[in-house]
Design a protein around this ligand. Sequence first.
Ligand SMILES: Cc1cc2nc3c(=O)[nH]c(=O)nc-3n(C[C@H](O)[C@H](O)[C@H](O)COP(=O)(O)OP(=O)(O)OC[C@H]3O[C@@H](n4cnc5c(N)ncnc54)[C@H](O)[C@@H]3O)c2cc1C
Length: 376
Amino acid sequence: MGRAVVIGGGIGGLTSAVALQRKGWAVTLFERAPSLDPVGSGLSVGANALKALDTIGLGDALRGLSSVQGEVGIRRPGGEWLLRTTGEHAAQRYGDSIVLVLRATLVDLLAGRLDGGSLRLGTPVTAVDAGTGVVTTAAGEVEADLVVAADGIHSATRRALFPAHPGPVHTGVTSWRLVVPRQDVPVMTSETWGRGLVFGVVPLSGDLVYCYATAPAGQSAPSGEKDELLRLFGGWHAPIPRLLAAADPAQVLRHDVLSLDEPLPAFHRGRVVLLGDAAHAMTPNLGQGACQAIEDAVVLAHLAGAPGRQAAYTAARLPRTTTIVRRSRRIARATTLRNPLAVRLRDRAMAIGGRLDANLLLRHMDDVLGWTPPAA
Ligand SMILES: Cc1cc2nc3c(=O)[nH]c(=O)nc-3n(C[C@H](O)[C@H](O)[C@H](O)COP(=O)(O)OP(=O)(O)OC[C@H]3O[C@@H](n4cnc5c(N)ncnc54)[C@H](O)[C@@H]3O)c2cc1C
């Protein structure tokens, strides 16, 4: 095999570096930050990504952590379920439930699998030549047979390769993420939808709970993000107010949600491929952004030994990720409804759908979670 350069040490870049190394590639990974501290707190890892992680020997390490058990689904702010299933049903259907982890846990596991010497922290890539595969950093130039640009939603590589592409758009939604100690109360994995508002609660291992929320984007809250969350969600069903009250204000992360609505014409140019958010950043509604980056990485490693690998990678990944980006965006739009009549109709449709088909929530995800990696 040849030499690969990976740009970016997020989940996508790390997974592709590990997957390529396992196929015999000499890999150098450049990350501009001085450490691999991931942005964000919790992460749901679906059955599709677990199967992908099996191909690099990491699936079972994650399965041993916290997976969804018992009821899971969508609720109203008063607590009534609109749609629900169980972790056990998901496991029956896809062979795996959904695993819930701290991002740092997954990043540490991936970094622990990298061959020594391949990681260059604090090294921003400043230029990439798609034709020659020459990658430039302050430390000099490296020529690669394959360049994997996993440089995130604001990817400079994407802009350089596809200058006419409009890039990510603002969805009009802002998000919060926080991890709080479990408050000695029952916590079920659920997402609660209100008028333009969403609050998610996800139990993690180690007596921690990952919470996330979305709302229409606006000015940053004058009294702080924790107060803003209490103002918006403090009257919602248990245990939301109690979890919010326990939050450390300094640990509440807030980011506006962007999406790469316009699909790229290809995920490659010359020797360079785009991977993860650089290729197909999506809204977080399906919990699939990192999962799709993991899929990208193992598919790329599978194809990388054959001629025409870059085009084969685009053919394998662009249609699937485009469908998922669009579906995630449609769900995002449904969560932003604020008109009371529209919200009532939305909720009634979900409740009736759920009564008519107990498997609706899972069936909707069959093509996403039922994916399996290419045979070795
Ligand atoms: C609120 C929220 C919740 C989410 N929840 C989930 C979830 O539950 N499950 C899920 O699967 N996904 C989820 N996602 C999506 C997920 O976070 C992303 O899809 C995923 O982290 C993308 O990984 P990545 O490696 O492609 O990019 P990133 O994580 O953005 O990594 C890019 C890396 O490239 C580095 N970089 C950039 N430019 C350069 C350069 N020039 N040189 C060197 N390095 C560079 C950056 O420093 C960064 O480390 C969520 C997203 C949001 C916003």
